[in-house]
Design a binder for this molecule. Structure first.
Ligand SMILES: [Zn+2]
Ligand SMILES: [Zn+2]
Ligand SMILES: [Zn+2]
Ligand SMILES: [Zn+2]
Length: 376
């Protein structure tokens, strides 16, 4: 039937955002990527070095040297942890845990092996705290459950064939869970928002429910993630947001702008600075039409400041193509075009890329200076 490889289900595309996952599940025999001493004879040296260095620090207390070693303390903790968390079967495979003498002899490679075994078993590992940006392909329950090795994805419990129908699907992780791990809670799924602008709540396991609640307000999603979304409210908000980001740069260098900046702080800071990142909460407020009016009102206040402030006005540009007296600013994203080289602003209609007057001026001046330098 299905033989499930230790790295089976976790390396699928749905888990692509956590690239380290497959490594953790490398079968324990494969330690080729771990640096280990060439022979067992090296190991006592390592332990001795640690014990010596610590004893020189606190020899006045004079307990046995090993007890002072951080390494020994770590080994004791590992031992305790192993007793409480490993399955009985795995504990039997390990040497006698009570004997610290055995512990001392463990090589670094052994430690790493055992530590990597603590996270789940060879065929199962608990879900990782990861942000999945995509939706999962629709697959038959039997196919997904088989790819999980007929284990609950949350706790690793083996599920008998007659109970497979009882397993509950987690829309976020794209896996099936037992009733203990999936209390039929519901959550907004990031992948569905980013790809389909879908804010419906879907059934998720308890782990995903906690994870998604904890990241709800966090700005984790770059604008590029939303490229597939054609929602008009999002496009409108982005337009205003770009102007806000641009005008905020102007305000932060103006010493009269404290009041306006305080008003701008009504929006989450990440919405008015680069790189443009959004949280799920921002996106839902955009969808509900709550964020756009607020952003527009703040933009209005900021523009009013710039137009009436002598310091900000001094940073404006006059279009060098038409010489019209109206002041242009980079935040006039709809009517003004910025030269990518000299950063000067021009009317979009006037601008011709190949002959930016300011760039020409800079070029002429620098070639004049060169000629003067050469002739002198
Ligand atoms: Zn479970
Ligand atoms: Zn100002
Ligand atoms: Zn012009
Ligand atoms: Zn230019």
């Amino acid at each position: 039937m299905f033989s499930v490889h230790s790295s089976g289900w976790c390396t699928e595309s749905s888990f692509s955002s956590s690239t380290s996952l497959s490594k953790e599940h490398t079968p324990v025999s494969d330690t080729s990527h771990i640096h280990t001493p060439a022979s067992g004879a090296d190991e006592p040296d390592v332990a001795t070095t640690c014990a010596n260095s610590s004893s020189s620090l606190s020899s006045s207390h004079s307990p046995p040297e090993e007890e002072l070693s951080a390494e020994v303390l770590a080994q004791q903790l590992v031992s305790q942890f192993r007793k409480s968390w490993l399955t009985l079967e795995e504990q039997e495979l390990l040497p006698d845990n009570d004997s610290m003498a055995t512990e001392d002899m463990l090589s670094l490679a052994d430690e790493i092996r055992q530590r990597s075994r603590m996270r789940g078993t060879l065929t199962w590992a608990p879900p990782r705290f990861q942000i999945i940006f995509s939706t999962h392909p629709t697959q038959k329950r039997s196919v997904v459950v088989a790819s999980q090795g007929f284990l609950c994805a949350g706790c690793g419990t083996q599920v008998e064939a007659k109970y497979l129908k009882k397993l509950r699907y987690c829309e976020y992780l794209g896996r099936y869970f037992c009733a203990c791990c999936h209390g039929e809670g519901e959550a907004v799924i990031p992948g569905r928002v980013l790809e389909c602008w879908d804010f419906c709540r879907y059934p998720v396991c308890d782990f995903s429910l906690r994870l998604l609640a904890s990241v709800w307000h966090q700005p984790l999603f770059p604008r590029a993630c939303l490229a597939k979304t054609k929602a008009r409210e999002l496009a409108r908000f982005t337009e205003v947001q770009e102007q806000l980001v641009s005008i905020k740069k102007l305000l932060t260098v103006c010493r009269f702008s404290d009041g306006v900046l305080q008003e701008l702080a009504q929006l989450p800071g990440h919405l008015t600075q680069e790189p443009l990142l959004v949280s799920l909460d921002d996106l839902q407020r955009i969808k509900r039409g709550q964020l756009l009016p607020q952003a527009r009102a703040l933009l209005h206040t900021a523009v009013a400041h710039v137009e009436s402030c002598p310091l900000c006005r001094a940073r404006g540009f006059i279009c060098e193509f038409c010489q019209e007296p109206d002041l242009l600013f980079p935040f006039h994203t709809l009517t003004c075009k910025r030269c990518t080289d000299c950063k000067a602003c021009f009317h979009t209609d006037c601008f011709r890329d190949e002959e930016c007057p300011k760039c020409l001026r800079i070029e002429t001046r620098s070639s004049q200076t060169h000629t003067e330098l050469n002739s002198s």
